[in-house]
Every structure is written in C-alpha cells, then in structure tokens.
Design a protein around this ligand. Structure first.
Ligand code: TXA
Ligand code: MG
Length: 321
C-alpha cells in the first residue's frame, strides 16, 4: 500500500519521477482527487483501469499544465472551444475535442475524441509542470475512486478507495480538501455547438455568456461515459432525495433546514458552493457511521446546484445498477 505524502517541493518532484517511470500518482485538483498516469504510456494507463476496476472502453481525461500543449492532443480547436479554454482554464472544465494520434485508444476508449483539462490547483499544476520537464505531455487521470463509487475529495478518501489496489511504488499526494468538491463540467466540442455531457462548476449560463451559443444539455450521443450511467457516485448507504429522514437516518441539507429528532446530521452547508465542497465527504461520513439511509435535500439554483442535483440523482439510483 503506498503511503500518503504531504505536499512539499520534494514530494512533488518524486511524484513527477514516479509518473515518468510508469507508476501511478493520486493528486489533488480543485474538483476531486485524480489517479494519474503518463498519458503516453499504455502500460501505466492500464494500471489505472485495474486499480479502479473500470471497463477498458471508458475514456480518460488528459490533464495538461498549459494551453500550449493542447495541439499535442487535439487536431482541431473550434472557435467556441478556444473561447471556453481562454475563459475557464485553468479551471473545473473538461473539453472533448477531436484527437491526434498521440491520444491512443487506451486513453479514448477507441473514440475519435479526447477529453482535456487544465486544473486550477497549484500543486496539480506544479506536478504537471515537473512531469513535463521529464518529457511528459499530459497526465491521464480519472477520479481516484473505484468504478461507480463516490469521488474522493481528500487524500484519506483516496486511500480508503484505492489503497488496497495500488502498489508500493505508487503515490498519494495530500493537498487537503478539494475546493470545488464535484467533478469538472464536461463539454463536448466535436460538433457545431457545445454540448454539456456532465454539469459542474462551469454552468450553462457561463458557457452562453462566453460563446454566445446555447449549449445543448440533453444526452443525445452514445459516448461511453461512466458518469452518464444511471447509477454512479454511490455511497454504501441508500441515498434518498427529500427532507424527511427517520430516526437513525443520515441527513444533509442547507444550514437553515432543521434536523428532525434522532437523525444524524452529516452536514449543514451555508450555501450551494459549500454544499458541493462537503457533499462527498459527508456521504463517506455516513458510510463510516454505517448508516443504511442518507436523506439529502437538494439546494435550489442554476449555479453549481445543477451539478449537485445531477450527482445525487445518480447516486440515489440503485435499482438499475
Ligand atoms: O474533475 C474531473 O473531471 C476529475 C479530475 C480528476 O480532473 N476527473 C474525472 O475523471 O472526473 P473521470 O474519468 O472520473 O470522469 C471523466 C468523464 C468520464 O465519464 C469519461 O467517460 C468522460 O469524462 N470522458 C472522457 N473522455 C471522453 C471522451 N473522449 N468522450 C466522452 N466522454 C469522455
Ligand atoms: Mg469518476
């Protein structure tokens, strides 16, 4: 089992060397922790799929430190995608773009497109930069959880999810709690206009304001994306979406909503951003308490509340898994 390392210049340097050697490094981003491997190294990337228990045809996001590297991975950046990249990178946004040959089938699940993101987290960016000094061109990284489970937002949660599946040469970097707490907005940029495949902190109205195009949101494509399956992001407890927990149940809701007697209050965030930041840790806390049921009252709004709603509907959807 790999040890968790506190982030220092020395541990970032070691982690970059580990990536260059073909080992795995779990690292913090502003959204959730990623499980990284050299995106050019097929054997290293295979280790990600094994550790996650993820089907081989589900594509990975390539993380880069700088827009200059984008032409390594995509052969075409539509004008509206360029506007999005300039406005929101580094940030919680992934663009799906036509791939170059460098983006092998082992990254894209055999699709002709590739997901790319520049994360907005200083440790993630220094890791990527150090790795690029070793000749790296990008780090493939899915969320650092077992397939279908809740994404980790702390290093301890990465260890809980994947510790048993990583080797001694792999590393987990500890950068504290992720600031956003939910996975990036995924925008398919392979057609005439943007299509949101997964809502996140970059919202529909932000995309409209930047591109002057109304993004399509319904999922009409048949792209292989685990986040698009009906049951995903699921804790062990059954998630129920209402504000009627019974004694013994867990409960997550905005601070102004009262806790009924005998209920375990797992989180009382003050606003929607804080809700997103603490949601996954609160679900894990409920699992640690071995609760059978966690009730969540979804906050309202057209901001990150849309992403909260998306994840919670998927995590509550057990029957179809
Ligand atoms: O915030 C995030 O995006 C985090 C951090 C670590 O960057 N990463 C993340 O990766 O959530 P993952 O693999 O857990 O979710 C990425 C989603 C998956 O549903 C994947 O199928 C989809 O992006 N995806 C990746 N490449 C794609 C492509 N070429 N076409 C369609 N979907 C793609
Ligand atoms: Mg994931």
């Amino acid at each position: 089992m790999p040890l968790i390392s506190k982030i220092t210049p020395a541990t970032i340097k070691e982690a970059a060397t580990a990536l260059a050697r073909g080992d795995l490094v779990a690292f913090p981003t502003e959204t959730v922790y990623g499980l990284g491997a050299d995106a050019k190294n097929e054997i290293a990337v295979k280790k990600i799929y094994e550790a996650k228990g993820r089907p081989a045809d589900h594509p990975l996001i390539v993380h880069i430190s700088n827009l200059r590297l984008i032409s390594e991975w995509t052969r075409q950046l539509p004008d509206y995608a360029n506007k999005l990249a300039i406005a929101f990178w580094p940030g919680p946004m992934t663009l799906i773009l036509p791939r170059t040959q460098l983006a092998g089938d082992f990254i894209t699940g055999g699709q002709d497109s590739v997901g790319i993101r520049i994360p907005n987290q200083k440790n993630a960016l220094s890791l990527l930069e150090k790795f690029e000094k070793h000749g790296g061109l990008g780090v493939a990284a899915p969320s650092a959880n077992r397939f279908g489970k809740v994404s980790p937002t702390t290093a301890a949660a990465v260890e809980e999810e994947l510790g048993a599946y990583l080797s001694l040469n792999d590393k987990i970097l500890d950068g504290g709690l992720c600031n956003v707490g939910l996975e990036s907005t995924i925008i398919d940029c392979t057609s005439q206009s943007p299509m949101i495949l997964r809502p996140g902190a970059i919202t529909q109205s932000m995309i409209f304001e930047t591109t002057n195009m109304n993004p399509v949101t319904e999922i009409t494509s048949n792209l292989k994306a685990p986040g698009l399956l009906t049951s995903h992001y699921a804790p062990n407890a059954q998630v129920v979406l209402d504000q009627n927990p019974q004694p013994g149940d867990g409960f997550i809701a905005l601070k102004n909503i009262k806790t009924p007697p005998g209920v375990h209050r797992l989180a009382s965030p003050r606003n929607n951003c804080e809700f997103a930041r603490v949601l996954y840790e609160s679900l894990r806390y409920g699992d640690r308490l071995r609760l059978k049921t966690i009730h969540v009252e979804i906050p309202l709004g057209d901001d990150i509340a849309e992403a909260i709603k998306d994840r919670l509907i998927k995590s509550s959807n057990r029957s179809s898994n």
